[in-house]
Ligand binder design. Structure first.
Ligand code: GRF
Length: 202
C-alpha cells in the first residue's frame, strides 16, 4: 500500500481532521497527514495534530499584504512537506487561484449539507429554517466557487421534527466522519474519474 502525503486545512474544532488522522492510523486511508495548516491561531485542530506528532502551523492571513501572498506561503509549505492532496476540514475561507493552482483535482472539501442545497455558512441552520425533511453532507472536489465543485460522495440524514441547528449538526457530523475518509481513500487509490461535473467511482 502506498503512503500518500495528505495536507489538511482547518480553522476550528478539527473533528474531521481527527477522523482523517484516525483513518490513516487504522489503514483505511493509504496515506498519512504530512502537514496541517490553520489560519486561526486558536484552532483546536492545531492541538489535535500536535498530539499526534503531525507538523502543524498557523499561517495567519493577517501577516500578509495580500491573499495571494498568504496562499503562496501555504502552497509552498504543502509542497515542501510532500503533500499530494489537500483536505479542507472546516477551513473557513474561499480558496483562491494561487492555492488551487498546484492542487487542481487534488483538493477536497466537506460541506454539511446536500449540495447544491445550502452552500456557504450555517448550512445546518439554513436546512432547519427551510424545513427540508432530509439534509446531509457532501464531499466535493474544490474549484474556484463556494462549495460548487464536482461531487464525490454524499450521505443523507433525516431532519426530525424538533431539530435545532445543533442537533442536526451532530447527526450530520457523524456521517461526515464516515464519508470524508472514504472519499480520500478513493481519490488516493486513483478510483475517481472526474469529467466536468461528474465523478465516476471506478
Ligand atoms: C464541519 O461541519 C464541516 O462540514 C464544515 O465545517 C465543520 C468543521 O467541523 N465544513 P470540524 O472542525 O471538522 O469539527
Amino acid at each position: 500500500m502506498s503512503d500518500h502525503g495528505i495536507g489538511v486545512m482547518a480553522s476550528g474544532r478539527g473533528s474531521n481532521l481527527q477522523a482523517i488522522m484516525d483513518a490513516c492510523s487504522d489503514g483505511t486511508i493509504p496515506g498519512h497527514v504530512a502537514l496541517m495548516i490553520s489560519d486561526n491561531p486558536d484552532a483546536y485542530a492545531l492541538h489535535r495534530a500536535s498530539k499526534e506528532n503531525i507538523p502543524a502551523f498557523c499561517i495567519n492571513p493577517t501577516s500578509f499584504d495580500t491573499k495571494d501572498q498568504y496562499e503562496q506561503a501555504v502552497s509552498d509549505l504543502f509542497i515542501e512537506y510532500g503533500v499530494e492532496l489537500i483536505c479542507l476540514a472546516g477551513y473557513m475561507r474561499l480558496v483562491g487561484p494561487v492555492l488551487l493552482k498546484n492542487f487542481v483535482t487534488k483538493m477536497l472539501n466537506i460541506h454539511p449539507a446536500l449540495l447544491p442545497s445550502f452552500p456557504g455558512l450555517h448550512a445546518q441552520e439554513q436546512a432547519v429554517s427551510y424545513g427540508v425533511k432530509y439534509s446531509g453532507c457532501t464531499v466535493h472536489v474544490v474549484d474556484e466557487g463556494m462549495d460548487t465543485g464536482p461531487i464525490v460522495l454524499q450521505a443523507v440524514v433525516p431532519v426530525i421534527q424538533d431539530d435545532t441547528p445543533d442537533s442536526l449538526s451532530k447527526r450530520i457530523l457523524e456521517q461526515e466522519h464516515k464519508i470524508y475518509p472514504q472519499a480520500i481513500k478513493l481519490l488516493l487509490e486513483g478510483r475517481l474519474k472526474i469529467e466536468g461535473r461528474k465523478v465516476e467511482i471506478l
